[in-house]
Design a protein around this ligand. Sequence first.
Ligand code: ATR
Length: 288
Amino acid sequence: MPDRYAVFGHPIHHSKSPFIHRAFAAQTGQDLEYTAIDASPEHFAATVRTFFTEGGKGANVTVPHKEAALALAADATPRAQEAGAANTLFLTADGAICADNTDGVGLIRDLTNRWGLALEGKRILLLGAGGAAKGILAPLIAARPCAIMLANRTAARAEALVAAFAPRAAQLGVSLTTLPWAQLAHPAATPPFDLVLNATSASLTGSAPPLSPTLWAPDATAYDLMYGATPTPFLVAAQHQGAARTIDGLGMLVEQAAESFWLWRGVRPETEPVYQALRAQLGALAAR
Ligand code: ATR
């Protein structure tokens, strides 16, 4: 019997995780089965517990269950606790469910390994203050940029995040402040940014945060945590405004999966062929 893994979400039919993990398993010769399980919020915890009771070895968790996944776990890694959310569940040696979060490390690996970006000493603008932004803030601080500014449509949420992560940022000498949302379109005395990350879900409604051409340093990268068959509205706007490079979140998706796979199986898959296969699938969709 192959070891059983699954991704839990709601909805889940568009999930690329089964494709990614099956490709990793084929590549590394691991005997496992990986399925997608739709669980509504009210049934999520019970469905996950049943999955593990019936022999499941590990799980990924996606929208809207990442906070609930952390809550149901008996234990959690420091990075899941910091993120306040989990995207990966595994069993400890004594059979307890433990929560982890590989999103942040996935983002950093994509930025640094796939795209060759150095973050140390750079100026970063992070758009959004929801779960996605919270999940990547600690790893971004750990990369020791010179400054991270956080802008969110609802100012109070950005201020709360900055307050929560201020001690960590201060420890590492990273300036962590907010930038008023209205100033994105009219930045006052803000020096330009080397990297602008979109962690809002604005793309879901086809909109982009308000941006100005003066936000971008000459070599600036625009990175959207979301991805699709065509560039997100944020990436389209960034390119028009002179961002030197635009990158979507497909690489982050593959890298976070690889980190989960490593956690479960103790084997690091090669991510590039799987990334290229997914990129080709998206390209084929766009060409339709
Ligand atoms: P996620 O887990 O994807 O981060 P979330 O916690 O609901 O989801 O957070 C969504 C983020 O996208 C928030 O920062 C939200 O801004 P608010 O805090 O003001 O709600 C942001 N967001 C969603 N739609 C947006 C839009 N149309 N324009 C700007 N920001 C938007």
